[in-house]
Write a protein that binds this ligand. Sequence first.
Ligand code: NI
Length: 181
Amino acid sequence: MNYWSQDKYIEAYRYAAGKHKNQKFPGTDWSYIVHLSMVSMEIIASLNHESDVDGDLAVQAAILHDILEDTDTNYSELRSQFGQKIADGVLALTKDQRLDKQKRMADSLHRIKAQPKEIWMVKLADRITNLQPPPEYWDMDKRQKYLTQADLILKELKGGSEYLANRLKDKIEIYKNFIIA
Ligand code: NI
C-alpha cells in the first residue's frame, strides 16, 4: 500500500478549483475540474497496484498537472505553495510554448523522464483520461495524431507504472474505434 493524505488532496484540489475556475472541459460545458478529478482518480486507483510510490506527490501532481499550462499560475508561486518536487514535476508536464507545436510532446516526455516515476504516472493517467470519445468536431486526422501521440507516451513512460501502462494500452485499442479510415 502507498500512503496518501486526504488533506493534501483537498489542499491541492481547492487551489486548482480556484485557478481553473473559468476553464471548461474541451468539447463540453463541464468545469475543467472534472478532468483533474478523473486524472487523480486514476492515480489513486493505481496506488493499490504499485509499490514504493510517494502517494502525496503523485496525487498532488495529478491535481495540479495543468496549472502552469492553462492558468496564470507561475512556477515560483507553485513552488512556494506545494514545494520543489511538485513544482518541478508540473513544470516537466507543461509543454514549452516557445517550441514548434510538433516538438512539444517529445520535449515534455524527455523532461518527464528526468523526474521521479510519480510524474511519469501522472502523464500516463492524463492520457488514459483523455482517450474518451473525442469531441465531435475533431476530424480523423486530429484523432489519428492524438492516437499516435498516445502510443509515444506509452512507449516512453510505461516503466512508470505497469498497471497504468496496461490501462493506457486498453484505452488506445478502444480509441481506434473512433477513427474511420
Ligand atoms: Ni491534463
